[in-house]
Design a binder for this molecule. Structure first.
Ligand code: CP
Ligand code: NVA
Length: 303
């Protein structure tokens, strides 16, 4: 039976650890002859723009000997020129896998339902599982299994949702500070709390950025307005207190590391000084998208 990756919860803890092992070895040996998608094609069908997701998947497939076909927002016109269902049914007949970037989360869920080929969620308004998995891989690379504090500061969005699910499955503690009203989705939070109860990890949600980053090993942030929120009105005055700047870093551990999924709005959620500081690991984090997604592709399309 085909396997999709719509949410990190589609994978068990063991499967995630297996992916990380493969990613680690692919990072050392990117063109490994033992890992192959020769003769396979991956369709990337995106309703929103992308740099990292598109390029890391395209390069990844190429390094594995397969082929990528990019279909941008103006090509298939998902839901406009044809239904998500028809697009998924047809793409599944041609390609061995589909990476879909949608606005509505239900649309990527539906594509997985109707495609005979595995569907990978390349970001929806609700989740960004490939990001969450690579970020947890980056964290594991640096800290191993050590117990650390991850502090997410900013908007309770898709990137946070996947980080929440992934960290609770992998038994990582996560502390969150968002402005009031911008907390993570309650359904996702409840889901993550169930995994956290099983893995005995902590999830703490609040509205105080300074308290959130106290003794933090990692501070993570993302944009205040996501691609799917064009009509959202942000109260910049309120959000300003959640900016990851040098002052906020002084409240965390001395050697705190800063993560951001990118693209960043420098001067809004994060300052230039922090982005360009030695605390920032944003480019290592971006690079790991390539290695982890190659492992995902081998697992889902490789068989
Ligand atoms: N982080 C990330 O997914 O970036 P893109 O939107 O550029 O793909
Ligand atoms: N939260 C951001 C992530 C971009 C990778 C967005 O959805 O636009």
């Amino acid at each position: 039976m085909k396997k999709d990756l719509i949410s990190i919860k589609d994978l068990t803890r063991q499967e995630i650890m297996g992916l990380f092992n493969v990613a680690k070895s692919l990072k050392k040996n990117p063109l490994s002859k033992n890992a192959s998608l020769a003769g396979k094609s991956l369709a990337l069908v995106f309703q929103k723009p992308s740099n990292r997701t598109r390029v890391s998947f395209e390069v990844g497939v190429f390094q594995l000997g397969g082929n990528a076909i990019y279909l941008g927002p103006d090509e298939v016109k998902l839901g406009v020129r044809e239904s998500f269902k028809d697009a998924a049914k047809v793409l599944g007949r041609y390609a061995d896998g589909i990476v879909a970037r949608t606005f509505s989360h239900d649309d990527v869920v539906n594509m997985a339902k109707f495609s005979s080929a595995p569907v990978i969620n390349g970001l929806s308004d609700l989740l960004h599982p490939c990001q969450g998995l690579s970020d947890l891989f980056t964290i594991e690379e640096i800290f191993g299994k050590k117990k650390i504090k991850i502090a997410f500061v900013g908007d309770g969005n898709n990137v946070l949702h996947s980080l929440l699910i992934g960290s609770s499955i992998l038994a990582r503690d996560i502390h969150i500070a968002t402005p009031k009203g911008s907390e993570p989705d309650s359904g996702i939070l409840n889901e993550a709390k169930k995994y956290a109860a099983k893995s005995k990890s902590k999830i703490i949600v609040g509205n105080d950025p300074k308290k959130c980053v106290e003794q933090a090993d990692i501070i993570y942030t993302d944009v205040w307005v996501s691609m799917g929120e064009k009509s959202k009105k942000v109260d910049m005055e309120t959000f300003k207190a959640f900016q990851v700047n040098e002052e906020l870093l002084t409240c965390a551990k001395k050697d705190v590391l800063v993560m951001h999924c990118l693209p960043a709005h420098r001067g809004e959620e994060i300052t230039d000084a922090v982005m360009d500081s030695k605390s920032s690991i944003v480019y290592d984090q971006a690079e790991n998208r390539l290695h982890v997604q190659k492992a995902i592709l081998l697992k889902l399309l490789g068989g």
